[in-house]
Design a protein around this ligand. Structure first.
Ligand code: HEC
Length: 115
């Protein structure tokens, strides 16, 4: 009986999540659009640069606090935060560069509804 109730509750939860009207948070995984956008500014940037930046952002940058919302901060504010936080995360110059390009690529392709 308990099992049946648990199962029904789980099913209900899954169904209600699926029909929720809340817009999902925009993806922060870099793809083709982000690569095109960053190459316009930095022709030397590659998919590898962006995936390294993404790994740092979701890795070393979450050692002390949760993930910050990329879209809720201006480019200028991000440049300031990256200067502040890179030493805290012990990033090398190359890692800081990859992180910067990743953030700029995400900002350049930011969905307008999350501005
Ligand atoms: C050693 C711990 C530590 C690491 C690693 C770290 N941070 Fe932070 N971060 C903090 C602390 C403490 C604060 C709040 C105080 C401050 O602003 O200095 C903060 C604040 C911030 C803020 C502004 C706070 C806000 O919500 O307004 C941002 C953005 C941020 N961090 C991004 C990053 C990024 C990006 C990285 C990776 C490069 C990173 N952090 C790595 C400790 C850390």
């Amino acid at each position: 009986m308990i099992k049946l109730i648990t199962f029904s509750l789980a099913a209900l939860l899954i169904v209600s999540c699926g029909t929720s009207k809340k817009t999902p948070a925009p993806s922060i995984i870099p793809g083709e659009a982000q690569l095109t956008a960053i190459k316009a500014k930095f022709p030397d940037a590659t998919a590898q640069t962006l995936s390294e930046g993404y790994s740092i952002y979701t890795g070393a940058c979450t050692n002390c606090h949760g993930q910050k919302n990329i879209f809720k901060r201006s480019e200028a504010s991000w440049m300031h935060e990256i200067d502040d936080m890179s030493p805290k995360a012990n990033l090398t110059a190359a890692q800081k560069d990859a992180l910067t390009k990743y953030i700029l690529a995400m900002k350049a392709t930011q969905p307008s509804e999350s501005k």
